[in-house]
Structures are given as C-alpha cells and as structure tokens.
Write a protein that binds this ligand. Structure first.
Ligand SMILES: Cc1ncc(COP(=O)(O)O)c(C=O)c1O
Length: 431
C-alpha cells in the first residue's frame, strides 16, 4: 500500500523513516495534505540538524564563503566545494565592470519577452558570439539552462515522436520531452550497445537522442565516438547538453564534442551560463533554419521574459577574457587532477569522473544525512545529492572543483572527508 494519511502520522513524522522519493506517491483527498506530511519531515530534519539545504550565502562564492547557519544563528565561513564557479568568473573584476556599465545604460532587466522588446543589441551580440564559439550557424539565448532544454525539446517534438535519453539525463531534458507529450525511452548510462537495441526497436520512428557532455552528477563524459555512429545508422538526431563541459573541454572550450573532434555531428547543442561562465542563462545552437524555427516555437523562450542585458554583457566579457587567457582553465585542470588522484589514493569511491565534477559516493539517505551534517560541523560545504537528482540509494557528495581552490583547500577538504568517513565506520543507522 502507498503512503497516505491512514498510515502516516503527519503530526509526528520521523525523518529517518522517509526519503524525498516517498512524497511523489502520497495519497490523500486534499491536494495540500502532502505539504503537512513534508512539514513534519522538514521540522524533524531541522530538530536533528539534518536539514542542510538552501542556507543563505553571505559573501562572494570563492574558495571559502560565508553562509548563514540557522543552527547557531550565526554567519560561518566554510570551504566552498559547492559552487559551479569553475573558473571564478562570477566575480572577475572586468566582468563586474562590464555588468555595472550595462546596468547604467539599460537598467536591471529586459522587461519584455524576447520576441517583443526583450532582445537587446547586446543579447543579439551574445547570440552571435555563442554561435561562433560553438562553430554553429546560429544560437538562441534563454533565461536559464533549464528553460533551454525545456523550450527546445518541447518546441521540436510532437506526440508521435520518441526521445531516447541516457537514463542519467538532467531533469530539464526529461521535462522538455514530457511537456511535448513525446514518448520517452531510456538507455543505460553511456551504453552504446543498449542505445542501439533501443533505436532498433523503434523501427525508424522520428527520434532524437539526448546525452550530456559531462554528466552533472557523475562527472563522466558522453561516449560520443561510439554513440554518434549508432545515431547516424538509425537516422536519429542528436542533442548534446554541454552544461558542465563549456569552457572546460575542447581546445577552444566549446565542450566535449570539440574534445572528441565531433562538433559537426551534433544537431543541437545546449549550454548554460550558470556554470563556468559564472552567471545565469542558457543557450541552444545549431543550424540557422532550425534555430529560427525554434525561436518562434520554444514556448519557454517565447513566453518568458528575456535575459537581462547586463547578464548578456557579463557573459560576453567572460568569453572575451577566456579567448585571450586560458590560465584559469589550466588551474582548474591542475586542481581537478590533483583532487581526483588524492581522493582515489585515500580510497574514496569517486565513480568514473573525468572532470571537475567529482562525486563521492555516500550510500543511502540516512548515511548521506549523517555525513553531510558532520561535514558542515567541520566547515566543509559540498553538494548533498539524493533522489530525484540521482537514482534512489545512490546518494553522493558532489565536489565542484574550481580554479580558485588552493592546494591547501584541496588537502583540507580531503582531510575533513577522511575524518568523517572514518567516523562513519562505527556509525549505524537508527533502528
Ligand atoms: C546537464 C544540465 N543541463 C541543464 C541544467 C540547467 O541549467 P541552469 O541551472 O542554468 O538552469 C543543468 C544544471 O544543473 C545541468 O546540469
């Protein structure tokens, strides 16, 4: 029997008994009852200092940052392994100056949808710069990376179409296909043989295959050299989400497709400005005719206010700096290799990461909760990742490495992880 008001005492919830997954099938007559159930779990989590999400950051997201800690009612300084600021551009002085000057010129928002009056000269310039950077004919800039996937997939697919997704694809990819009402098929993670089996079973239906350059929760790379020929063989289009790969992979920094020399084989490339670009926004790039069509039919683009002009100015400045000077990226790779090696030497399970996104596997939810609480007590901030971001019971800490980390930061992070994981040897879950 599923969970309902009959078998859950919503006034006395023990957070050890449930996970976020339990909320999706909670059954009740009143639409809002589930929030009472969740409130009970949330309050118990706070009482026991397990709730670590969404605490307000109070300073620049550098290698260390200040975060308001509700448990001590104070602002504490943490080692920051949680921001996607891989190249430190969010606070680069020249980027901030470009943003400030653009605010002086245009104000703080686009104040209109892009097809009306929300697309500024600077937004157009950004779209042209991104198209050139990606080696594509055209690009569209979206307010977020999430809305880029949502808009492109829902704008393109119809109910009779099929999207074949790597099972670990980002939520925005799943949501875009769902919004279109198209059929979703999955293939096991990065497994070309399984992909082929799925494509073969579709008997030439109109199909798009969606994969990620760098997988956001695992840090491994799409096996494009094997995946692409299979897509071609079955006539499937290819969407590649380069969210975590942009400015990190490929000689120009265009992403994993460039890294493998396969840029020309990708039909639609998606990216975000919220990771290495240090800002906010997303983009899609590809052939001019396709982008021109999608500009009119991607509802997440058409019916949402456009990116603020100062945001576009900041991102353009990042591109300009990056083209001239890739030393931040060199430092990022140096730190990434150092950290991957050190964690492996210390016996941590970091999966198959090949990038600056480093998972440290943590077991089930109860273990993750205890670990994350202890890490925060020791002033270490990491991503704390559970379902639905990863499969059930495959929880993990996600370390985001950055060019701004010093070797001392990296050593200290591993030291703290070691202390806590050693302590956990003698920990047993509450009965
Ligand atoms: C692979 C992938 N695609 C899309 C997104 C969404 O990007 P944004 O946060 O810019 O909306 C993310 C963000 O985490 C991501 O990891």
């Amino acid at each position: 029997m599923g969970l309902s008001k009959k078998n859950v005492d919503i006034n006395n919830v023990n957070c050890d008994d449930y996970t976020v997954a339990d909320f999706s099938d909670f059954d009740s007559d009143d639409l809002f009852d589930v929030s009472e159930f969740f409130w009970g779990m949330y309050q118990d989590g706070i009482r026991r200092k397990y709730w670590v999400y969404g605490q307000p950051v109070m300073s620049t997201p550098k290698d260390q940052f200040d975060v308001y800690d509700m448990y001590t009612d104070s602002v504490r300084t943490f080692l920051n392994f949680c921001s996607y600021n891989y190249l430190g551009y969010s606070y680069h002085p020249e980027v901030k100056k470009a943003v400030q000057e653009t605010i002086d010129k245009y104000g703080i928002g686009a104040v209109s949808a892009p097809l009306l009056s929300g697309r500024y000269d600077i937004t157009q310039k950004l779209e042209e710069a991104i198209a050139e950077f990606k080696g594509h004919e055209a690009a569209i800039v979206f307010p977020t990376g999430y809305s880029a996937n949502l808009g492109i997939l829902s704008g393109l697919l119809k109910e009779r179409d099929v999207a074949v997704l790597d099972i670990l694809s980002h939520a925005s990819i799943y949501d875009g296909v769902r919004l279109a009402g198209a059929d979703i098929k999955v293939f096991s993670h990065n497994n070309p043989r399984h992909l082929e089996k799925v494509l073969k079973s579709l008997h030439n239906k109109r199909t798009i295959v969606c994969v990620e350059g760098v997988y956001s929760m695992d840090g491994d790379l799409a096996n494009l050299p094997e995946i692409i020929p299979i897509c071609k063989k079955y006539g499937a289009k290819i969407l590649l989400d380069e969210a975590h790969a942009s400015l990190v992979f490929g000689e120009r920094g265009a992403g994993v497709a460039e890294h493998f020399g396969l840029e020309d084989e990708i039909d639609i490339s998606i990216g975000t400005f919220s990771k290495s670009f240090g800002s906010i926004g997303g983009f899609a790039s590809g052939k001019l005719k396709l982008m021109t069509y999608l500009r009119m039919f991607a509802r997440a683009y058409v019916f949402s206010c456009a990116m603020a002009p100062h945001t576009a100015a900041g991102i353009l400045k990042v591109l300009e700096i990056y083209k001239k000077d890739k030393s931040a990226r060199d430092r990022l790779w140096d730190n990434t290799h150092y950290m991957q090696n050190k964690l492996k030497e210390e016996g941590f399970d970091i999966g198959n990461t090949k990038s600056q996104v480093i998972p440290v596997m943590a077991g089930d939810d109860l273990r993750l909760r205890e670990i994350s609480k202890r890490l925060q007590e020791r002033d270490l901030y990491t991503g704390v990742v559970t379902y639905p971001a990863v499969p059930k019971n495959k929880t993990r800490l996600r370390l985001s490495i950055s060019s701004h980390h010093t070797k001392d930061d990296l050593d200290r992070c591993v030291e703290i992880l070691k202390e806590v994981f050693d302590e956990m040897e003698s920990w047993s879950p509450p009965q």
